[in-house]
Design a protein around this ligand. Structure first.
Ligand SMILES: [Zn+2]
Length: 238
């Protein structure tokens, strides 16, 4: 579930779909699956879990760049902070106190700086005309300054967020995925270079790798969460 869901199963925030706020998700799911045990977790947390399993890496930070920026942390094979304590909202890590306004209302969240729409807006400003995703991808491949500058600004923001989180949890890998990032050849490598550039003496950040599972990583994670008996994952409701 991309929305922020509280411990009782109610949607408390979903900036891009405000009409969902207040929905009793737990009751709704129980209504759809009356005979089944129901659990849920954040889609990016589940993607992180699936990427960790796919990479056979117990400690990683995952960031997915698409219409927003989602992310998850897996430490010792388990999602952090864990669904009972809420989702990992990597997209709302602040990377620029004077940055663009985020959907959440704050300024400078990494989502406001590095999401697909944020990058397209930056490209459009530099180019002086609207920019589609395909135009950005092609312009970036051709080395057009308006495209390279826009992508690099997003990569800078994402690298700052990843390094900041990595300072807290010491992952062994930083994984970048999401439809926008994976749709621009070279994007992950740019993030990797910027992340490496933020190394502290004696404390290089973990390597940045592309996601392995593509657009279905959240679904793989959901299957893992269900199959593994939900130990510590999601909320259980009969
Ligand atoms: Zn935000």
């Amino acid at each position: 579930m991309p929305a922020t869901v509280d411990g009782d199963g109610r949607v408390t925030a979903w900036p891009t779909r405000p009409h969902w706020t207040g929905l009793d998700l737990a009751a709704a799911l129980r209504g759809v699956f009356p005979a089944a045990e129901v659990c849920w977790a954040d889609d990016a947390d589940l993607a992180a879990l699936a990427e960790a399993r796919a990479a056979d890496c117990a400690d990683l930070v995952y960031a997915g760049v698409g219409t927003g920026v989602g992310g998850g942390i897996v430490l010792e094979g388990r999602m952090l902070p864990g669904p009972r304590r809420g989702s990992c909202e990597l997209g709302h890590v602040i990377v620029d106190r004077n940055g663009a306004r985020c959907d959440c209302g704050r300024r400078g969240c990494v989502q406001a700086e590095a999401s697909g729409p944020a990058t397209l807006r930056r490209a459009a400003t530099a180019r002086g005309a609207q920019v589609t995703f395909e135009e950005l991808r092609d312009g970036f491949a051709e080395g057009a300054a308006w495209a390279v500058g826009a992508v690099d600004a997003g990569c800078d923001a994402l690298a700052a967020a990843l390094v900041g989180v990595a300072e807290l949890v010491r992952p062994t890998a930083l994984v970048v995925g999401g439809g926008f990032a994976m749709g621009i050849p070279g994007y992950v490598e740019r993030v990797a270079a910027r992340t490496a550039g933020l190394a502290r003496p004696g404390h290089p950040p973990a390597p940045v790798r592309p996601a392995l599972l593509g657009g279905r990583s959240s679904l793989y994670g959901a299957v893992l969460a269900a199959r593994d008996g939900l130990g510590g994952v999601g909320q259980r409701h009969r």
